[in-house]
Design a binder for this molecule. Structure first.
Ligand code: PLP
Length: 377
């Protein structure tokens, strides 16, 4: 066993997915966002766990991520959320990946590649109703839908959009986007074209604006056990989720030092009294953010201790105080589940995010490749 590992509890992942399913009801399906290695949790393991619960659509953000899933035997529907380069199109068509497109150029490229491979490529038209990132303008949707639907090497798999606002603080903006979306999807229907699956909601909209659910929702963050900013407690109660990942390392060195002993690079920490300093086997090379220097906390034997001094690439130190019961090779939890149980860590990725001025998405997905993912099945 490696000292530093990310423990991924697939039972919690299942519970989170079930809670989301209960909330959205039986008529709405889920496209599970497993881009960026499932936000650091391991895309293949997450996909297989979700498939066993009947979730058969996954969202990725590049061609390699899609191919990794296919190579691991994932036969489910895979949506590509970001735009491919032209040279990636042959692989995408060959692997049956359903891509988001929002302009004629890309439609033509997919069409000619699908014709060359003598197959049908499924496309989802992305409409920009307010995100300002990718997608066609709403008025362009009907002509593009017509172009896809009349092409015998293409099929319109769906129409989708994305929300930039936090529904809890700006539901009005999100609802306005939905109105625009529905209006232009109506225009597509007026042309006698079936729009396919309609989808828009990320975790935030899923929780805060029910009319965003449409045919399918595309949650990521919520599935991994975190809520977007500003979600009301009453909503959290309706969709109870818990963090899936626990980031752990081990006590690998203990030393008793005198008052005034400098700890780590830059000597930004000096012990204030005689104390025991432990060295832990994790650093920023494992994804334990260097901004946690002199700021982070670690849980050992059910007690929180401060991370002291600069975090190094491979190691960091904590001050255990003069009378600690910590032993060599004890587990040390850097973040995990919040809860009352003794083994649970009062620090989760939300707290780490606050201390490092980012969002929990980045905290879990930046756990680096060298950290083994250990699965609790
Ligand atoms: C990442 C992503 C999502 C999921 O967002 P969460 O906030 O993690 O729920 C949904 N749709 C698209 C297009 C995305 O890129």
């Amino acid at each position: 066993m490696r000292a530093t590992r990310a423990v991924i509890n697939l039972n919690i992942l299942r519970d989170n997915l079930k809670a989301i399913k209960r909330y959205i009801g039986p008529t709405v399906s889920i496209a599970l966002s497993i881009k960026a290695n499932a936000y650091g949790h391991g895309a293949v393991a997450v996909a297989k766990t979700a498939e066993a619960l009947g979730i058969t659509t996954f969202g990725v953000s590049n061609t390699d991520e899609a191919v990794e899933l296919r190579n691991a035997g994932i036969a489910s529907r895979i949506l590509l959320y970001s735009l491919p380069l032209p040279e990636e199109i042959p692989v995408l068509v060959n692997e049956g990946i359903e891509c988001f497109v929002g302009d004629e150029k890309l439609i033509i490229l997919f069409s000619s590649e699908a014709r060359r491979q003598n197959t049908v490529s499924v496309l989802h038209l992305k409409v920009d109703t307010g995100m300002g990132r990718i997608g066609c303008s709403p008025e362009n949707l009907p002509p593009l839908a017509e172009e896809v639907s009349k092409n015998k090497n293409l099929r319109l798999g769906g129409i989708c959009t994305h929300f930039p606002a936090s529904g809890s603080t700006d539901a009005y903006f999100t609802k306005k986007q939905i109105k625009i979306f529905n209006y232009w999807v109506g225009k597509v229907r007026d042309k006698g074209i079936l729009p396919g699956v309609l989808h828009a909601a990320n975790s935030d909209a899923l929780l805060t604006v029910p009319e965003s659910h449409m045919d399918m929702v595309r949650p990521g963050l919520l599935v991994y056990g975190y809520y977007p900013d500003g979600i009301a407690d009453s909503v959290k109660k309706k969709v109870p989720v818990k963090p899936v990942m626990e980031f752990k390392t081990k006590v690998v060195f203990l030393k008793r030092v005198k008052a005034g002993t400098p700890i780590s690079y830059g000597m930004i920490y000096k012990t204030k009294r005689e104390t025991v300093i432990t060295t832990l086997a994790a650093g920023y090379g494992d994804g334990y953010n260097r901004l946690l220097s002199n700021r982070g906390k670690v849980l050992i034997r059910g007690k929180l201790y401060p991370i002291v001094g600069r975090i190094c690439m491979d190691q960091c130190m904590a001050d255990l105080g003069p009378r600690s019961d910590v032993k060599l090779y004890d587990d040390a939890i850097l973040f995990g589940r919040k809860g009352s149980g003794k083994a649970e860590n009062p620090l989760d990725a939300d707290d780490i995010a606050r201390m490092t001025e980012t969002i929990p998405y980045e905290v879990t997905l930046l756990i680096t490749k060298r950290v083994p993912r250990v699965y609790i099945v």
